[in-house]
Design a protein around this ligand. Structure first.
Ligand SMILES: [Zn+2]
Length: 322
């Protein structure tokens, strides 16, 4: 399905990858595809992704910290299958030209330096690396990370406690005892900007980098719509009521651990703020001028989310409305 222009600008929104789900149950096809000369394989280890270069990996980014320059994703061919017999393999899909695309999660014990690809690449912090990926590489990387995070936490059946095993090219786990089937989780998160006249509401958490402010956000709960979740979270965290309909903008697959960030704008009923300090350190209204200065890094004290985060694009959408 074509993306809107706004959605196409958001990092990690995939493009150029056909998931080709009809191949997932065909073990013969999958083996031949993985071993073909056309196979493209990306590697991950403990949430980090293999990129080109030999410089040390970036430290995990503090929320709100500027990201170091990204490096290109290092794609391998089918020889990646010989790097470790303990790797977890998933089939991501096919490129527009029909090349099969796979991802491997290497075991913690895997050493790049002791492998045949020593010197070609390095496992880097996902945020630092992926912030510079294009839509194809970002989409592949985010899909792989979300899947591997889910597999790492779902080795046992939630129904009976027995071990589960990976089936259907990594898109399902099956219990050997009770036969329950488990599918990869996606956790919907409402990320929203409450606005009132010429002001918008931003908040910050105590653990964030000093001076960093962002949109409020929270998980969608069972039995509610994304619009209702956004209004509920704004009232719970900041005491701000929004009784008119929330406006959906766009969403972003966010592989920490396997969320879907749903960007929205809501009109606030009033100015008064009552912060729930178990959720936020503080929240306040920012004028359009202040917000615009934050977004271009021209504010002396506070700064806005980086382009890698969907919150940046939610704020930008409001500013562009003038
Ligand atoms: Zn079971």
């Amino acid at each position: 399905m074509p993306l809107s222009k706004a959605a196409a600008d958001i990092p990690l929104v995939p493009a150029g990858l056909d998931r080709a789900a009809h191949h997932r149950r065909n073990e013969t096809w999958l083996e031949a595809a993985f071993n073909s000369e056309r196979a493209r394989v990306l590697l991950m280890r403990e949430g980090q992704i293999l990129v080109e270069g030999s410089a040390p990996a970036a430290a995990p980014a503090e929320i709100g910290a500027p990201l170091p320059p990204g490096r290109p994703l290092l794609w391998l061919g089918s020889q990646a299958g010989m790097l470790s017999p303990k790797a977890t393999r998933v089939f991501l899909g096919e490129t527009v030209k029909g090349s099969p695309v796979f991802a491997l999660e290497m075991p913690t014990s895997f050493s790049l330096d002791a492998s045949p690809i020593a010197g070609l690449g390095v496992f880097d912090d996902f945020r630092a690396a992926a912030s510079a990926f294009d839509a194809f590489n970002g989409g592949c990387a985010a899909t792989a990370r979300a899947l591997f995070e889910w597999h790492r936490r779902h080795g046992f059946c939630a129904n009976c406690g027995d071990r589960t095993k990976i089936v259907e090219a990594g898109w399902k786990r099956a219990c050997g005892d009770c036969k329950a089937e488990h599918f990869p989780r996606v956790d919907p998160v409402a990320i929203m900007l409450a606005v009132r006249g010429d002001k918008c509401l931003l908040g910050r958490q105590a653990v964030w980098r000093p001076g960093f402010w962002s949109c409020l956000a929270g998980f969608v709960e069972p039995g509610e719509t994304i619009e209702q979740a956004a209004a509920r979270e704004l009232f719970e965290e900041a005491g701000v009521r929004c009784t008119t309909q929330a406006e959906y903008l766009f969403c972003q697959p966010w592989p920490f651990n396997h969320s879907l960030m749903i960007g929205m704008i809501l009109e606030a009923d009033g100015d008064e703020i009552t912060v729930d300090t178990t959720e936020l350190e503080t929240a306040r209204w920012f004028t359009r001028e202040e917000t615009a200065a934050m977004m271009i890094g021209a504010h002396p004290e506070v700064f806005a989310p980086p382009k890698f985060a969907v919150a940046h694009h939610v704020i930008k959408a409001w500013l562009e409305r003038g």
